[in-house]
Design a protein around this ligand. Structure first.
Ligand SMILES: Nc1ncnc2c1ncn2[C@@H]1O[C@H](COP(=O)(O)OP(=O)(O)O)[C@@H](O)[C@H]1O
Ligand SMILES: [Mg+2]
Length: 407
């Protein structure tokens, strides 16, 4: 296996639009790297430039210790697993896996050894004589992977391999890919628009928006320390709430009342040159709780407030509550733009909170709620930058230059 280094990669198609705009990503040997972002953000283009199916406009693509920009796909020794698997229906599983070796004219004994090794790893040894049409989706995916494995490729590349599967199978395949990747330690670049796949599969995740890398970090870093509004809105399900807020010292004024935030967070905002205007506060649904269920010891780490609950969904183990609010135009404009960037619905008028299933909060109640104030992010509405970012635990945050250049 080999490391992959993308350095200042640009791709301009015929119309001059930069589909990939100055992206630099280092994938370590054996690492599982995810490229994620909404449709059209340049994920497939970037992957195709790694494999050699698309010319690189500028920048360096390094695989192992070779610059591969000018190498044909077959000379890059990479294995691409496509969404439709591209298996040959008339060939057995054995011959499908053996196919790349047959092309290379490898002798029968070596082919047999490699196919049997791969099919053992993939638990396909009982199916070698069957045809792809008789296999389950998961088995077919494994055959496609087997074909990649026998080639001793330097890295595996996946472009949305699970997006055609139903939810249950997708979950199974996700687990399977994670298990194989760990077992074989293969360098992997995996494209998806699905944040669940990104969070569960990736050692690190590169979040892209309109061709520009926004943040490159571990799933936990992305979740806990999103570099900007875009990453904050993209990672997490249900998504982070965005509320209008103003800060005075460590007192944060939210639509539902005043919350005291930790001094280090307030200091970060002050040192960013904040002049007292409207900020966007980002709070995840799970960082709220029914105040009556919060221990006294924990309570002091957050703030309690009272809010009128509009709607409640009780799911047994958890409860969702919805609380309407209004926001000024400088916030709603930015949130509408964010919704367009995310291909989603704007979340500018209702707070979604996730409470323990034991909560007795009911529709129409003026409920006493608690928020974990140490988990509140504050974003600059103009640039989208996270002013409360813990930079030491945020990986690489890069999107802001791209945003500034665009503005
Ligand atoms: N062959 C092409 N010619 C022109 N533009 C293209 C071509 N392929 C992709 N694009 C454009 O490049 C951008 C990125 O596309 P793509 O890499 O397919 O995005 P993703 O895989 O993230 O959905 C899009 O705006 C898309 O329209
Ligand atoms: Mg794509």
């Amino acid at each position: 296996m080999a490391a992959i280094s993308m350095r200042n990669i640009f791709k301009r198609y015929g119309d001059g639009f930069p589909a990939v705009n100055d992206v630099s990503i280092d994938v370590a040997d054996g690492e599982f790297m995810i490229l994620v972002g909404p449709s059209g953000c340049g994920k497939s283009t970037l992957l195709r430039m790694i494999v050699g199916l698309e010319d690189i406009t500028s920048g360096d693509m390094i695989i192992g210790d070779r610059r591969v920009n000018d190498l044909a796909p077959r000379d890059r020794n990479l294995a691409m697993v496509f969404q439709n698997y591209a298996l040959y229906p008339h060939l057995t599983v054995y011959e499908n896996i053996a196919f790349p070796l047959r092309l290379q004219g490898v002798d029968n004994a070596t082919v047999d050894k490699k196919v049997r090794e791969a099919s053992k790893t993939l638990e396909l040894d009982e199916h070698l004589d069957r045809k792809p049409g008789n296999l389950s989706g998961g088995q077919r995916q494994r055959v496609a992977m087997g074909r990649a494995i026998v080639r001793d490729a330097d890295a595996f590349l996946f472009d949305e391999p699970l997006s055609n599967l139903d939810a249950k199978l997708r979950g199974q395949m996700r687990t399977e890919i994670a298990r194989l990747q760990k077992k074989m330690g293969m360098t992997t670049v995996y494209v998806t628009h699905d944040q669940t796949e990104a969070m569960t599969l990736g050692h690190r995740v590169a979040v892209l928006k309109r061709g520009v890398l926004q943040q490159l970090a571990t799933p936990r870093e992305l979740y806990e320390n999103p570099g900007n509004l875009f990453v904050a809105g993209f990672i997490g399900s249900p998504p982070m709430n965005f509320l209008p807020a103003t800060l005075s010292g460590d007192k944060l004024e939210l639509p539902f009342g005043t919350v005291t935030i930790p001094a280090d967070r307030a200091d970060k905002v002050a040192s960013s040159g904040y002049g007292g205007g409207v900020l966007i506060a980002g709070v995840r649904p799970e960082h709220f709780e029914d105040a009556t269920l919060v221990d006294a010891s924990k309570r002091d780490g957050g703030s309690t407030f009272t809010a009128k609950v509009d709607q409640v969904e009780w799911l047994g183990n958890e409860t969702y509550a919805y609380i309407p609010f209004t926001a000024p135009p400088e916030v709603t404009d930015q949130l509408d733009q964010l919704a367009r960037d995310l291909d989603g619905d704007s979340m500018r008028s209702q707070l979604v909170i996730n409470l323990d299933g034991a909560s007795r909060v009911a529709e129409g109640d003026d409920a006493e709620l608690w928020v974990d104030a140490g988990q509140i992010h504050l974003f600059d509405p103009a640039s989208g930058r996270n002013l409360t970012l813990d930079e030491a635990n945020a990986g690489t945050v890069t999107g802001l230059q791209g945003d500034a250049a665009k503005a």
